[in-house]
Write a protein that binds this ligand. Structure first.
Ligand SMILES: Cc1cc2nc3c(=O)[nH]c(=O)nc-3n(C[C@H](O)[C@H](O)[C@H](O)COP(=O)(O)OP(=O)(O)OC[C@H]3O[C@@H](n4cnc5c(N)ncnc54)[C@H](O)[C@@H]3O)c2cc1C
Length: 398
């Protein structure tokens, strides 16, 4: 049953958007999702679903399908600057995931699974976007880029790190972006390295080149990450200049695999370039508009927790709306209950999560010693607190 007078517009159909749509529908809301891409974006780099987020997808009934899509990387091999092997480990020993429980999925497969769980119950508008938001006492008037105009009771921005919803509500991204000192490029390349269900990572101080073989297919995901002092605003926006910047950062690398990756990066038609950063906001809502997932609290890829936070955040926001009905009380409860968990995840970058990408010779030696030590540690570390938020039972709508 849809509750009259409860129509929510969600901007963004990746992870947080469809998950929120699912739970809001369960709570009796009518939901529309607008996505600027013409269709669901498929494929993509692997993301992790851990701890609390596993419980969210279990409650959605999509866990068995996601287990089938689990990449199940068998090995993570670290190479030194000359391409020599430093250590070869199970990925969970390094990533903070729990083997046998947590999942690693292509981002596009996760998005497709979330979408399939909700597409029959929710309206999706692909190839459109919010142009103007006018939030007033009785609702939010929305003008779309297509010219369509509608009024909603609530609007939620699930439109990622560079959220337009956040910008139109709270102002420019620079106010909330914490640059973490790295730029990165991801792209696909032919699997000429003979890798299968594994990750290979080369490092020199301030530079990392990783190859992800997500299956037995002919394609690899390439990842080139390098240290660059701020500010992030100086980073070029033009794709040609971005390719040049990456190529110059990796020029003269001591392993021929890096040169092959740089060549492939130059030819790639799916290059994605960005800076590593976090979104830190003093408030996640204003009036009748709220933010969820990376738009509100991106923790950065250095933590491996972005998708899990997006799933947990979607659940907690929908649950608060179901429990309180009134959006002011609900948005306040969403922040009160989730903020400590978000803070714990964002703090990972200060507590050593970035040590996979050391910027000095000394730090790299230290990291390599740590990796070798891991070889002798007992397996199966306990579930860390940053992926162990206890979810409330989903509230019955008021
Ligand atoms: C290289 C890389 C590696 C990563 N590795 C991991 C990992 O190992 N583990 C992990 O958990 N996370 C990882 N992440 C992070 C993870 O991808 C994000 O945290 C997660 O996708 C956030 O989901 P989201 O739905 O909030 O935002 P996004 O996935 O960014 O989705 C935003 C959606 O909004 C749409 N959109 C944007 N603007 C508009 C607009 N104006 N109107 C309408 N729609 C719009 C976009 O097209 C997109 O579909 C990684 C990210 C990167 C870049």
């Amino acid at each position: 049953m849809t509750r009259t007078g409860r129509h929510v517009l969600i901007s963004g159909a990746s992870i947080a958007g469809p998950a929120l749509a699912y739970w809001l529908h369960r709570a009796g809301y009518a939901v529309t999702v607008v996505e600027k891409a013409g269709a669901l974006r498929g494929g993509g780099y692997p993301v992790d679903i851990r701890g609390t987020a596993i419980e969210v997808v279990r409650r959605m009934g999509i866990l068995p399908g996601l287990r089938d899509a689990h990449i199940d990387s068998r090995r993570l091999t670290f190479l030194d600057a000359d391409g020599g092997k430093v250590a070869s480990l199970t990925p969970s020993a390094v990533s903070g995931g729990v083997e046998g429980q947590d999942l690693e999925i292509r981002r596009g497969d996760l998005a497709a699974s979330l979408y399939a769980a909700v597409r029959d119950d929710v309206e999706f508008l692909f190839g459109d976007a919010i142009d103007v938001l006018d939030d007033h006492e009785n609702g939010v008037d929305v003008t779309f880029r297509s010219g369509r105009r509608r009024t909603y009771d609530l609007v939620v921005g699930a439109d990622g790190m560079h959220s337009r919803t956040r910008e139109s509500l709270f102002g420019p991204e620079e106010r909330f972006h914490r640059y973490l000192g790295y730029c990165f490029a991801i792209f696909t390349l032919p699997n000429t390295f003979g890798l299968s269900r594994e990750v290979m990572m080369w490092n020199s101080p301030g530079k990392a080149a990783a190859l992800y073989a997500v299956g037995d297919d002919d394609e690899l995901h390439g990842f080139l990450n390098f240290h660059r002092p701020g500010p992030a605003l100086d980073v070029p926006r033009n794709p040609g200049a971005q390719r040049d910047l990456v190529a110059s950062a990796f020029a003269g690398a001591g392993w021929e695999g890096v040169a092959a990756m740089v060549d492939a990066m130059r030819d790639a038609d799916d290059l994605f370039f960005d800076t590593a950063g976090q979104i830190r906001m003093p408030a996640w809502s204003r009036g009748r508009v709220a933010l969820v997932g990376d738009a509100a609290y991106a923790p950065s890829f250095l933590t491996g927790q972005g998708s899990s936070l997006a799933l947990a955040g979607a659940y907690m926001l929908a649950n608060s709306l179901a429990a309180y009905g009134d959006h002011r009380a609900a948005f306040a409860a969403y922040e009160r209950d989730l903020r400590p968990f978000v803070a714990m995840n964002q703090a990972l970058v200060d507590n050593g999560a970035a040590t996979l990408f050391p910027t000095t010779e000394r730090a790299l030696e230290q990291r390599d010693r740590g990796l070798r030590d891991l070889l002798t540690l007992p397996a199966a570390p306990p579930r860390p607190a940053h992926s162990a938020l206890t979810l409330p039972e989903f509230a019955l709508p008021r």
